[in-house]
Design a protein around this ligand. Sequence first.
Ligand code: UN1
Length: 484
Amino acid sequence: MAAYKMYIGGEWTGGDGYFETINPATEKPIAKFPSGTARHVDMAVDAAKAALPKWSMMPPPKRGLILLRIAEILKAEKERLGRLVSTEMGKVLPEALGDVQEAIDTFEYFAGEGRRLYGSTTTSELKDKFCLTFRQPVGVVGLITPWNFPTAIPAWKLAPALICGNTAVFKPSSDTPLCAYEMVKALVKAGVPPGVVNFVTGPAASVGEAIVRHPGIEGISFTGSKATGEWIIRNAGLKKVGLELGGKNPIIVMDDAKLDLAVDGILWGAFGTTGQRCTATSRVIAHRKIKPRLLSALITRARMLRLGPGTEKTSDVGPLINRAAQEKTAKYVGIGIGEGAKLLCGGMKPAGKGYYFKPTIFDGVSPDMRIAREEIFGPVLSVLEFEKLDDAIDIANSVEYGLSSSIYTNDVNNAFRAIGRIEAGITYVNSSTIGAEVHLPFGGVKGTGHTREAGILGLDEFSNTKTVYIDYSGKLQKAQIDVD
Ligand code: UN1
């Protein structure tokens, strides 16, 4: 089995021992990666610090050209990388190719920012005084990424971090280091200078913790669980912290909705990526009148979904990421049954190898049940019922998360009411809860964290705004005091 290396200060470096990355469809190891330690994080931070002055002073359009080259390299390798995403992470090939495409789009988008990175100019309350703002890099940033979008999410962080002139320590999830390695290779090939991005693999308890606590790191960007996000807030000191912490995303289906469309959207949102998206649809809040029809269509269609390796054309739903995820999903099925919800389909893993789990639907779920409140991150859908839209929105808002949401309705008044009242960073109308595009802000409210990634607002996480006052009056002018 191939043993890979970390990349620190432009050198490919080993660690203190290795861990294995596993193909979740076969449960077989596919590669070995170094177990990094706090010492490697120190080395990475030193390298990132040393590279910062030159990188941050390079004109942003030049940095943009490097980002564009990264996009081109990923584009040329899309098929191979897609297969790798599918093999290492488990998602089906069309989605895996989408993951790589999202990374390509992100690098292209932020490459263009090299010629914008807009600040603002504004008026002054005093004569002969000019006011403006511009963006400066945060400094050395720590990027801690999850496994569910093993190329797209690193791109969401790397591209804006780099265009803003930061240097980085990048720690990928230990479930998908090979996808992350490929990303780093593309960066190096595109001409990202040594020390600008340092790739440290290994456990959260050593590498992750060292990044979060490191005094040489100014910013942290993390996507993952709420519990870890809270830990980061407690331990990162005064670093600039960006968090994207998951969801319990609802689809409200009104009695006037186009039901076939809603069924397509629900299945895609709940069982696409085997339910392993922060944006996954985990609750359907269905109008009492249409619920029986909706459920019968959902069950029929969910039972038809074919489980199998992501790399096989015949697979609709790939495996979960690992054994722990499979066990967690099974545990929640047990909790749902124990709470008195009605299991309509799925509810177990199929026989044989691979961390598969059958698409699962619960009816008779009430908002106080744990399966209606907690993020399962597996193919489990809870169906709740309502009669009035305001009640549906109250149910939608009754959880601690607030990432994505959706309403299916043909009534524009319902749509706008939901858009205004649902507590979430994203609301879709007549479309599923998944499928965000890279040029729009992505993020949540409440327990999801309040950071925005992607789009123009994605620059805010990786830049500090400098405010400049230029007084050309030739005399001392006092704001708030020279009022006449
Ligand atoms: C995530 O699950 O953390 O909107 C990201 C979507 C994808 C990104 C999901 N474009 O579903």
